[in-house]
Design a protein around this ligand. Sequence first.
Ligand SMILES: [Zn+2]
Length: 84
Amino acid sequence: MTVDPPEFDPELDGHTSAVIGNVCHAIISEYDESGHSYSATECGVRLEDSLFSNDRVQKSGPKHDFTDDADIEMCDDCWPEDVI
Ligand SMILES: [Zn+2]
């Protein structure tokens, strides 16, 4: 049985995001060759273990939590400019 990861929809304001190094990335689910699922950023950074127990992740939550935060940049590769 194969499971398709949910489509990434950058328009979705509540899309799961993670702040890594003060940059906000979109988080997607990926599957490796053996069918093991893992979290990754849309721009291609694989996160080991769970998103929520990863020491590189400073914060995580819906994107709209971070868009107004002056200390946090939005990743150009994860979020199309017209969305930001
Ligand atoms: Zn990114």
